[in-house]
Design a protein around this ligand. Structure first.
Ligand SMILES: C[S@@+](CC[C@H](N)C(=O)[O-])C[C@H]1O[C@@H](n2cnc3c(N)ncnc32)[C@H](O)[C@@H]1O
Length: 404
């Protein structure tokens, strides 16, 4: 199967202007059919000039971070605003022939991360605290991973574990973590997220975490335990997280499953094929096997993410697709099969000053009226036409400890 994921998503494409004047009649017939079959409005690809978003790098001293006025001055426009409901988050519209984001001092000195608002909401939905151990399944190229590492900070004992199938994309995660200097609590694994069973770290440098009792005197036994836990060496880990005695019962406090998907909500991703050639697009995107198996892959990623999550922990499932199959259907399926899962509202969404897209009705036979209702109430959809962000879907699940 061809590697559609070799392309970076819109989060990192901060220099791609979406003012394409894109003519949708140019889309290949097979993709137009896909959009029609999945009830996606092709006009999303004609949206011009979506706002960009940046977030403060909170690892830096507050005095080094740009204020709203400084950002306006550096971007040479007054069209910069603080995003309500998200700390240290700014939106802006670039001016024609003005500086680009990567030209400005605040971006060059890494005091700002570029990330779309919709992606940032997926991370915010996890309500990460400084002692949390977070598992980020499908983490590359790493915009959300960096934000998670940044929120965990340097004061508590929290960590983030990123997993991705593609080593070349993990290499991008590694360089981003290093570039922003947020990698001291992050480790990366090149692994299949549907099988990933490495427990949360049991030590941070010399600090033993939680109630783990490490059997330091008996390395042979330790090796056995590690084998049982399906031990693999990290693709990359900082010194503090390199040597782990592995306590298999240590689960994660928060899990993000930002699943592999068809990326149809990412406008810049689709429009790029105008330059790259629609033949490549048809080969990558419209691959029949890929389209037929993508929901199953997503469900398997959710299943394993759930297995690695503590009782009372939070899991966020998200995609940059706008299809019902990859979103509402998967959420309905999950709720029907996991009685210990409850959908929850995403707290920051109420405070956001943007209009959200409508949640769709799933036709999945397992979707009871209660499930339909919960999905309507709690899931979140962004689309370029309604919310003026990239197309994105997310759902937040809480794992209850009462039902096993
Ligand atoms: C939508 S992208 C994730 C974007 C990322 N979370 C971010 O914020 O930059 C999906 C990723 O899933 C990875 N992937 C695909 N199948 C996977 C699997 N079975 N296990 C783990 N990762 C997988 C791809 O390599 C790709 O990097």
């Amino acid at each position: 199967m061809s590697d559609i994921t070799a392309v970076s998503p819109s989060d990192l494409d901060i220099d791609t202007d979406i003012d394409s004047g894109f003519d949708i009649t140019n889309l290949p017939e097979s993709f137009k059919r896909f959009l029609k079959d999945n009830d996606i409005d092709p006009r999303i690809y004609t949206v011009t000039k979506l706002p960009r978003f940046v977030r403060w790098n909170s690892h830096l001293d507050q005095s080094l971070l740009p204020t709203l006025d400084q950002l306006r001055e550096q971007l040479k426009t007054q069209d910069v605003w603080k995003v309500q409901g998200l700390d240290g988050f700014f939106g802006f519209n670039l001016v024609k022939n003005g500086p680009r984001l990567f030209d400005i001092p605040a971006y060059k000195d890494h005091s700002l991360f570029g990330i779309d608002l919709s992606s940032a909401v997926a991370v915010e939905a996890l309500c990460i605290e400084q002692d949390d151990h977070v598992l980020d399944v499908c983490c590359a190229p790493g915009a959300k991973l960096c934000m998670i590492a940044n929120i965990i900070g340097q004061k508590g004992t929290g960590t983030v574990t990123g997993v991705d199938l593609a080593p070349h994309r993990l290499a991008t995660c590694q360089s981003l973590l290093k570039k922003y200097r947020v990698g001291e609590r992050a480790r990366l694994f090149a692994a299949d997220g549907t099988q990933f069973a490495i427990p949360a770290p049991s030590r941070l440098g010399s600090v033993v975490l939680g109630d783990v009792k490490l059997d330091e005197a008996r390395p042979a036994k330790r090796r056995k335990t590690q084998k049982k836990a399906g031990n693999i060496n990290p693709f990359w880990a900082p010194r503090m997280l390199r040597f782990d005695d592995m306590c298999p019962s240590r689960l994660y406090d928060k899990v993000l499953v930002d699943a592999e998907c068809t990326h149809d909500g990412s406008i810049s991703h689709i429009i790029k094929y105008e330059k790259w050639g629609w033949d490549t697009f048809e080969k990558n995107f419209m691959d029949k096997e890929r389209l037929a198996t993508i929901s199953e892959l997503q469900r398997n990623l959710m299943k394993q993410g759930w297995k690695m999550l503590k009782d009372d922990g939070l899991m966020v499932y998200s995609t940059c697709s706008l299809t019902i199959k990859q979103n509402e259907d998967n959420v309905a399926w999950f709720l029907a099969h996991y009685p210990d899962a409850t959908l929850e509202n995403v707290p920051c969404v109420e405070k956001l000053d943007i209009k959200l897209a409508s949640i769709r009705r799933t036709d999945l036979k397992e979707a009871t009226p209660e499930i339909q209702d919960a999905i309507q109430k709690s899931c979140v959809r962004f689309d370029p036409l309604t919310s003026r962000t990239s197309g994105f879907f997310l759902a937040r699940f809480r794992k209850s400890s009462s039902t096993k």
